[in-house]
Each structure stands twice: as C-alpha cells, then as structure tokens.
Design a protein around this ligand. Structure first.
Ligand code: MRU
Length: 343
C-alpha cells in the first residue's frame, strides 16, 4: 500500500496529517501541548473515531510531560482536568473517552514516583495506537468473509487509513481485497458538509489503486435501485448496547434505503467503539457543528446570508437496519444486546 501516515509520535510531539488540507496539500500539523491536541481534534485536523482516540492518548501523555510536580495527588488532579478538557473537544466518538479513561486508569494505579508513572503513560498511549493498527487488518479479514460474492460496495464519510492508523475500518476489506487480487469497486458518498467521502476516501482509495467512484449523497437510492451496490460498509463513532450506531450524518438514510433494496448494511469498528454503558442510540450525544460548514463549501458561500442552517454532524442508524457489526474480535449479528456482550 502507498504509505499514508496519519499519526506519528516522535520526539514527544504528535504529528498529524492535516486532514483539513487534503486532498490538495499533504501538510503535517505538529502538536506539542494539550491545547494543540484539543484544537486538532476540535477543528478536525485529525478526525475519525479511532484516530481521535489515539491522538487523545498521546495528548494525555504530552500533558503529563509538561507537569512540574513530584506530588502524585496533584499530578492526578491535573491529569483529570486534562482528560475532561480533551473529552469536551468532540462528544460523539466514544474512542476519545475510551483513550482518556485508559490513561486515567494508569494514573490511578499505585506508583512509587511521578517518573515511573510518566513512563507507564507513554507505554499506554503507544499501546492504544498499536492496538488500533492490529485491529484494522482483522476487521478487514472478518468483513471480507461476509463479502464472498460482492463486486461493489458503498461507503460514506471516511473510515479509512486517515481515520485510523492503518488499513481503516470500513476500507480495510477494500484494501485487503485489492491485495488478494479480488475485484471490489467502491462507491464513496460525497458526505456533505465536510466532504470526507469526496476529499478523503476518494484520495486514499485512489492513491492505493482501489477502484472508487464518488457520488453525491442524494444518488444513493438511484445506484441501489440500479443494482449497482452489493453491500454497504460504514465505520461508526459509537455503538450502543442494543446495536444502534452513530456515524456520519447521512448514514441513517443509507441504511433505510439499503433495507428497501435488500442490500446488507455492515458496520466496521474496533471494539473500542462499542459503548456497553449506554442502552440505545437515544443516549448518544450528536455533535452539532458550526453553520459555516453548510453555508460555505471550501470558502465559497453557497447559501444566502441570513438563512437558517442546521448542522448535526452524526445520526443514529437503528439496530434493526444493521445486518452485522464487524470488529477485530469477531462479527456480531442480531440480537445485538446479546452478541455485542460476548465479543
Ligand atoms: O466527523 P468525522 O469526520 O470525525 O466523522 C467520522 C465518521 O463518522 C467515521 O465514519 C467514524 O468515525 C469511523 S472512522 C473509522
């Protein structure tokens, strides 16, 4: 695969490919403070649930390095503030709190001194990163086992290399199919307002030789009605105990249309995206982003000034409209309230 490195940690700095600038420019954004990591997540320099989690893990470590105290209690309290701060950057993807809570669990262990604790935090941030790399490929293999006769799949947003650390979640099967010489073509929905499908998914699939066709979000029913899609594969930001799944706005439309045309709807995610702490999708906080994302496309105003705009960034796909949830620990089929627990 062509090397895209969305996240690196070098010399105590977090280096992120700046996803706001893609596809036109491959620029890197360097974070050397927790404030810069917060900004990178909020402004979507780094985006996609697993990538946000990995960035948050390193953000916590960067904060730990900056604290000038030998008092473990003071250290813990400052780090809890740091975790709360990072968690407030984006509310929907559970991977963010998954990472901050793992880092806090390390901090809340017994330690002889702060130096020992900081070294353990480094190991934990690297472990969160490495686990995501490992998970991606296995998710792809598990997904491919469901796609035996599929020739064409549809996806939305970007649940690819850029949103993770390696093969992506939704895209992992696409890359593995390519590596194994299987024909699998991809429809990437444009994904208004921020165009993650048009800008990012097309960029990375095309760069890696996967056959990709971009369609606007309104074309989904048409291509499905023409039997041009054999399966839908999307990523997700949070899975509730009953299998309701939050993902990029528009995913719910796709799931409803897919059901109408009897096309399987597969969700790809690492188990770090599963939140057994919530009963169903009504408990998932849906981020609302700035109106300017809708009123402007890449700096050009497309809606008259003064017109009202609504900009929810995610929606919740009903568990009844999901054929399977594919993780690195196996594939969950309905009833999800039973199967997700035993992954
Ligand atoms: O707002 P974004 O771009 O962070 O939204 C990302 C998505 O909705 C992805 O599909 C999801 O996080 C899964 S990424 C593997």
């Amino acid at each position: 695969m062509d090397k895209i490195t969305p996240i690196e940690f070098n010399d105590n700095k977090l280096i992120l490919i700046d996803q706001r600038k893609l596809f036109e420019n491959e620029e890197y954004f360097v974070c050397d403070s927790i404030e810069s990591v917060y900004f990178a997540i909020k402004d979507m320099v780094v985006r996609g649930a697993p990538a946000i989690g990995v960035a948050a893990g390193y953000g916590m470590y960067i904060k730990a390095l900056s604290l000038d105290t030998e008092d473990i209690y003071a250290f813990r309290s400052k780090m809890q503030e740091a975790a709360d701060y990072l968690e407030s950057s984006r509310p929907t993807a559970v991977n963010l709190t998954y990472a901050t809570r793992r880092m806090m669990a390390v901090i809340n262990n017994e330690w002889n001194n702060v130096a020992e604790l900081i070294s353990a935090l480094n190991k934990e941030a690297v472990a969160i990163h490495n686990e995501d790399v490992q998970a991606n490929k296995v998710i792809g293999e598990n997904m491919l086992s469901l796609l035996k006769n599929a020739k064409s799949v549809l996806t939305v947003c970007n649940a690819g290399i850029l949103a993770t650390t390696a093969y992506g979640t939704a895209t992992a099967a696409m890359y593995l199919a390519k590596e194994q010489g299987k024909q699998l073509s991809v429809f990437a929905c444009e994904t208004r307002p921020r165009l993650q499908g048009a800008r990012l998914t097309s960029y990375e699939l095309n760069k890696n030789g996967v056959d990709v066709t971009v369609i606007t979000d309104g074309m989904v029913a048409h291509v499905m009605s023409k039997k041009m899609v054999d399966a839908v594969i999307t990523g997700c930001d949070r899975v509730a105990s009953n299998g309701d799944t939050a993902n990029k706005i528009g995913t719910k439309n796709i799931s409803i249309i897919a059901k109408r045309f009897k096309i399987p709807m597969y969700i790809a995610c690492p188990t770090s995206t599963i939140d057994l702490g919530i009963k169903d999708g009504s408990e998932i906080i849906i981020e609302e982003r700035d109106a300017s994302e809708v009123t402007h496309i890449r700096g050009v105003q497309v809606i008259p000034s003064g017109v009202k705009v609504f900009n929810p960034s995610f929606d919740v796909t009903d568990h009844d409209d999901i054929t399977a949830i594919v993780t690195e620990k196996g594939i969950a089929f309905p009833p999800y309230d039973v199967t997700l627990k035993v992954l």
